[in-house]
Design a protein around this ligand. Sequence first.
Ligand code: HEC
Ligand code: HEC
Ligand code: HEC
Length: 412
Amino acid sequence: MKTLTLSLIAAAGLFSMAAHADESGTDLIKRGEYLTQAADCVACHTTKDGKPFAGGLAFKTPMGTLYSPNITADKETGIGDWSDADFLRAVHEGKNKEGQHLYPAFPYTSYTLLKDDDVKAIKAYLFSLLPVHQPNRENEMPFPFNQRWGMWFWNLVNFDSKRFEPDTSQSAEWNQGKYLVDGLGHCGECHTPRNITMGMKDSKPYAGTEVDGWTAFNISSDKKAGIGSWSKGDIVQYLRSGHVKGKAQAAGPMAEVIENSTRHLTDADLNAMATYIQTLKPQADSDVTKSRSDWGHEATSVDNLRGVPFKDTQETDGARLFLGNCASCHSFGGQGSQDGYYPSLMKNSVVGAKTSNNLINVILNGVSRKTNDGDVFMPGFADTLSTYMLKEFGAQPALNVKESDVKDLRGE
Ligand code: HEC
Ligand code: HEC
Ligand code: HEC
């Protein structure tokens, strides 16, 4: 009986391998498109009004500014004359066609986990698109950082070229989730703190960190500091729509991740990701006494937005600003709209987080996110309210916003 089952499994395995080998051109390209979305290649290789994958997006690093290259199939300015082996080496080892080191702003540190077949499918998809003739921009990096060979040391300390190895003690679904989260989705590149050489800190996976002025929250299974209190369904819904009533919405870089990437994934893959995320080792934080999305309570007064009453004379000004500018959508008490489109500002991870930068970013820049059910939009207040409101918020002890925070975020 046992041997029979085993040989059936083996036969099924062979069959699926054969099916892969026979994959027609269009199936391969379709699979490649899906994987390219799951890996969010478009996010970094496309400028705001530029052609997809034609590169040119700036990355400011402590070592200087670099620009993402053109990865369309143009032979002169893109990667049109790259072989499969060249492409595999770039994605798995972070090296360009000449074999020189690429900078880790390209997340090969996560993509190294990808299966060869998946990388080839991504290439097939990129090569199926219209080539875009657009020369790469020169990086602006001073000596010695412009010396690519210098990256060998960084790689020695921070990088291990290895493919994904399933953990046989876990379910197939969990393994698929881990592959999607750690590999394709490269979620750790934003959510894992960095060590002093800017490598991902292996000791604190998914414990949260700062990215471009935003906090990419702790998404480990810790009940207070992380998202251990979220259900599997909450995580799936967040990755699909960026909105979980009474918990969180996605703005800034995370809104882009959802827009370009996770909203396109199948239910099975989103469930697999949530299954894996729920098992991420809890990363506690002694400063955090309560889950971000548990702060504040239902109230009819703006005093209780964050569960902390406004005490001083700024109170009325803060309230007036809120009533004048926010209440029309978020309601007078901050509970949001009945249908939940305008979220409650209580039980909201951005308002309840220990750092206020995401809240400031949201007020300054608003929220803009395409979802499968239509666009989500909140206007930014950077221009209209500007200095006056920021000064007021800067003086609100309850919101913990310092004027210097705002200046930092605005690059002043
Ligand atoms: C987080 C941003 C980011 C993401 C996501 C990203 N890239 Fe890149 N990529 C870069 C940057 C920046 C460089 C340039 C690095 C350098 O100059 O050393 C780069 C370089 C490359 C190169 C080398 C090209 C050349 O001309 O040398 C290839 C190929 C590439 N990326 C492919 C991909 C693919 C395929 C994906 C998706 C699976 C992807 N990238 C996702 C930022 C990104
Ligand atoms: C480019 C950086 C970046 C990447 C990549 C990224 N995130 Fe995020 N993530 C953020 C930021 C920033 C926030 C906070 C968004 C906000 O406050 O509106 C966030 C928020 C979240 C939250 C909500 C946490 C809370 O308490 O509100 C979850 C869950 C999450 N991310 C999961 C993921 C997963 C899963 C992936 C990989 C598929 C991922 N993220 C990839 C930057 C990133
Ligand atoms: C025109 C309607 C509108 C106005 C006015 C408005 N908002 Fe919003 N707000 C929204 C929408 C829509 C969202 C996003 C919901 C989502 O992401 O699903 C949002 C989201 C938020 C979030 C959550 C963001 C996150 O990343 O979790 C905060 C905090 C917020 N608003 C605060 C404010 C404040 C403070 C004001 C006044 C200065 C304000 N809003 C004014 C419509 C509005």
